[in-house]
Ligand binder design. Sequence first.
Ligand code: FE2
Ligand code: FE2
Length: 234
Amino acid sequence: MTKKESNNGKQIRWGKPKFTKIYKKNIFPKYDKYYSHGMIHINNVINNMMELADYYKLDKNMAYVIAIYHDIGLNVNRENHEYESGKILSNDKELKKYFNDEEIQIMKEAVEDHRGSKKERPRNFYGECVSDSDGDFDIYLLAKRQISTSLKNYPDIHGFDGHFKICYDYICRRINNNGVFNLWTNYPFFIQRREKFQKEYLNLEYTKSIYKKEWDRISKDGTMEKIMNYYEDY
Ligand SMILES: [Fe+2]
Ligand SMILES: [Fe+2]
């Protein structure tokens, strides 16, 4: 557990209900209209960030805030959502009660640099951590997120096979072209998880069976309908 003294003298401690409660109330509902970037994704990023914060002895409050704000700008501008997220974070009056200007600047830069497809190294270590935490080295999670994105981007494709091909080819291109999914930190557990994920993913039949299960589930329980007509992210 970390304890920190903020610029206005208020003490906050990671995991203290008051602190997390504020953000659960103010920030989490903003992800309600997102599916692939919804709370399943945000919770995954929170867990990853907490793991890294623990391992690298980072400020857990800052790591938490970065995780929950990193995709918040999606409803402003999808293409540049990382900069919109950074703006929202740095203009948030509530955060200023707990963090000083330097901390806000570090968190803003981290959020701005979170995209995994970015080639330049993030400007600070928190940015490296959130970029690494943003990846889904989990086929089940990836199936969920990729199918919904494909449904939104390619509404004219009908049926599982067409969508699966787009999803699978995209990930295989990323695995094969660069050799590996990039990781900025050298956290051993993420490296292990990436190796396992890449190896399993290239097993076409195995991956296809997971995607098919997810496809069948969302077709039956009304989620597919909601992805097309309710959720706003891609
Ligand atoms: Fe993002
Ligand atoms: Fe994200």
